[in-house]
Design a protein around this ligand. Structure first.
Ligand code: GLU
Length: 290
């Protein structure tokens, strides 16, 4: 059992836009769980993708959180800092040394072409969207050397088959879904290190959850499949296993994720249109009932 004093949750928004009500609900879940368990609630800006972040969003996120009385317990850490990038590189190097990765030189176009030519192309969910047909896994060492000589920078993918051999059968515990068995088949040789930023959401999230000693990872159930990959990475990197809580997403009237909606639904704009704390909370509660 985790001692109560060590319990930590976190809200981890990406400063790539204003918060919408779904984000606010995610922050509330993390905050309320920490308060209920007598632990700490942390804020972490996930800002590894420099091409998409904007300075204005850090402030607007903080303003919305304060408006909702979601006061975090420690200063937010920013993942853009060089010392964190080194931690991510070290994690990727360790995975490389375990032999569970391979470099991938394919462009998006190459992958699309290859997938389209497959009769059984996968569809749908989060990780399958990153399904990769394994083109670069089959490269010979001379084919790899050729690409290196051409100056091509690879992304780094997880070799799911090798990862499965090393980890064996795994589970994780979710406060809503109960005990879940990791399904290696849905990992899809995901990218662990993007060639443009030298890491990925998966690596940064797992490494920073361990770094911040997060004991309870709460997030929307659209990320449930990612957690299968995160458990594999944790075991390979010998990192502690958090408890999970994948909560309901706030959807719009058309049952679409709010993230996809027009910016008129940002909390900032709703507030500017006169919504109070109570009316915004009622909107969240209404959506949760549907
Ligand atoms: N930055 C991620 C997001 O906004 C956080 C996901 C997580 O909580 O792990 O979706």
């Amino acid at each position: 059992m985790t001692p109560v004093s060590a319990i930590k949750t976190r809200f981890a928004p990406s400063p790539t836009g204003h918060l919408h009500l779904g984000h606010l609900y995610a922050a509330q879940v993390a905050h309320d769980l920490a308060r209920k368990l007598g632990g700490q609630y942390l804020l972490r800006f996930e800002d590894i993708d420099k091409t998409r972040i904007k300075d204005i969003y850090y402030d607007s996120i903080l303003e919305d959180l304060y408006f909702f009385n979601l006061q975090h317990d420690a200063p937010p850490i920013s993942q853009i800092q060089t010392d964190r990038l080194e931690a991510y590189s070290a994690a990727i190097e360790k995975l490389e040394s375990l032999g569970v990765t391979y470099p991938c030189y394919c462009s998006r176009k190459d992958i699309f072409r290859e997938i389209s030519s497959l009769a059984s192309a996968p569809h749908g969910n989060h990780l399958s969207a990153q399904y990769y047909p394994g083109t670069c896994k089959k490269l010979t060492s001379s084919e790899r050397a050729e690409r290196v000589a051409q100056g091509k920078i690879p992304s780094i993918r997880i070799d799911t088959d090798k990862a499965r051999e090393l980890t064996g059968s795994l589970t994780f515990h979710d406060l809503i879904y109960g005990e879940i068995t990791v399904n290696h088949d849905i990992l899809g040789d995901s990218v662990l290190s993007r060639r443009d930023i030298g890491t990925s959401y998966h690596i940064a999230s797992v490494v920073d959850d361990a770094f911040q000693e997060i004991t309870h990872v709460t997030r929307g159930d659209d990320l449930l499949e990612s957690t299968h990959l995160h458990r594999v990475i944790q075991v390979l990197l010998d990192l502690p296993e958090p408890t999970y809580m994948h909560h309901q997403l706030i959807l719009d009237d058309q049952n679409e994720r709010l993230a996809k909606r027009a910016k008129s639904l940002s909390v900032k704009e709703l507030r500017e249109n006169g919504h109070t704390l109570d009316s915004l909370n009622s909107m969240i509660n209404e959506q949760l009932k549907t």
